[in-house]
Design a protein around this ligand. Sequence first.
Ligand code: ADP
Ligand code: MG
Length: 407
Amino acid sequence: MKIHEYQAKELLAAAGAAVPRGIVASSPAEAVAAFDQIGGKPVVLKAQIHAGGRGKGRFILARRASAGDKLSDFGGVKYLTKRDDVAAVAEVMFQYPLVTKQTGAEGQKVSKVLVQEAADIAREIYVGIVLDRAIGLPVLMACAEGGVEIEEVAAKSPEKILKAVIDPDAGLHLYQARRLAFELGFTGDQIAQAEKIVIALASVYLDKDCSLAEINPLVVTPKGEVVVLDAKITFDDNALFRHPDMETQRDEGEENPADLRAAKAGLTYIALNGTIGCLVNGAGLAMSTMDIIKYHGGEPANFLDVGGGVTPEGAIEAFRIILDDPKVKGVLVNIFGGIAKCDLVAEALVKAGREVGFKVPVVVRLEGTNVDKARVILDSARKELPTMQSATDLTDAAKKVVAAAKG
Ligand code: ADP
Ligand code: MG
C-alpha cells in the first residue's frame, strides 16, 4: 500500500526528521488559505498523487485526438510567490488529471494539494531504503546526486550509489549513518542533521514494515539546513494487519477499482490482457491454469485466486469482477476440492450463476473430494445455466474454454 508525500512526511517528522512547514488543501480556496497561513511567503504547490515524477508531469487540459493533448505549462510541483497565482494554479491542479512518467496516459485525478513553504536549494541528495531480496535484508541507498534524475544516475553510474545494509533487529547503527553522512560530503553541523534524518527514515521503514521508504530530494539549503523535500513510502501489504492505524491512510481514489473489490472480498486478482477469465483456488493451480490456457492457444484475462475455502459470496464476487472486464469471452473455473469439498463448490457456482448471470461460456473443472456429488449438482443446473459446461479434466477444460472464447 502506497501513501501520499504529505503522509510520508508526517511519519518522518514524527520520527525526528526535519520537514519544511506544509498544509494540506482539499480545494483551491483551502490552498489560498494555506498560503496566507504560511505568511504570504513563497510556496510550492505539490499535487498529491502516488505516482512519482510529478515535477516533470503535466496536467491534461483537453484531450485532442489529432493535434495531441492540450497540456498545462507547469507540472505537479509549482513554485509560486503571489496569492493570485496560487489560486489559479490550484484551480488547474484540482480540476485536471496529472500525467507523469508513472501514471499512464490517462493521468491521475488530484484530490489533495500540499502547500509547502519553499526551500532554497544548494544541493539535492537521494536517500532510500528497500528490501534487498537477494540477501534478505533492508538496504539503505544514498546518492549525492539526488533530485529528479536518480533513475538515470543509478542506470548510468551505479558506482555513485552508496549502500549500507540494515540489521532489522538493531536498526541502522549510528556509525553507519555517520559514515554515510561523510560519504555524501556533509561537513560541520550538517553531519548531525543528516544522521538524524537517515535514522528517522530507517526507524519508519522498520517500525511500519515498509517495502520502500525514500527521500528524494533531501536538500541542503544555502544556510546549511538539511531538510526532507519529497518522501515516498510503501507499506508491505502482508504486514498491514500489524498496523491497523495505517489503514486509515489508504487513498482508494489511487487504487484500481477491480483490485480494491478483490482485496475487500479476500481474493487475489491481477488483470491481464487476454480473453479467458480464470477462477481458481490456490496460486500454484492458478499459474498452471494460465499455462495450460496458453498451451492450447488462448490468453488469460486475469489471475484470480479465490483461496482455499470457496464460499458462495467469494464465488459471486469473483464472477462479478471477472465478468466486469469487457474483454472476457469465456471463463475457466478450475477448483481442487480439498479444504472446500467439490459439492459445496458446485453449489457456490450455481448460486453465483443465478446471482450474476453467466453471459459468456463458463467451463468448470472440479477435482477432489465429493467430485461425483458435484457433477450431479452441475448437471441438474444445466437448463438453468445453459452457458455453463463441465469438463472431464484440465486439458479438456482448456480446449473447451479456448474454443468457446474464439467462437
Ligand atoms: P517529484 O519527485 O514527484 O517530481 P518532488 O517533490 O521531488 O516531486 O519535486 C521535484 C523538485 O521540485 C525537487 O527535486 C525540488 O527541486 C523541487 N521542490 C520540491 N519541493 C520544494 C520546496 N518545498 N521548495 C523548493 N523546491 C522544491
Ligand atoms: Mg521527488
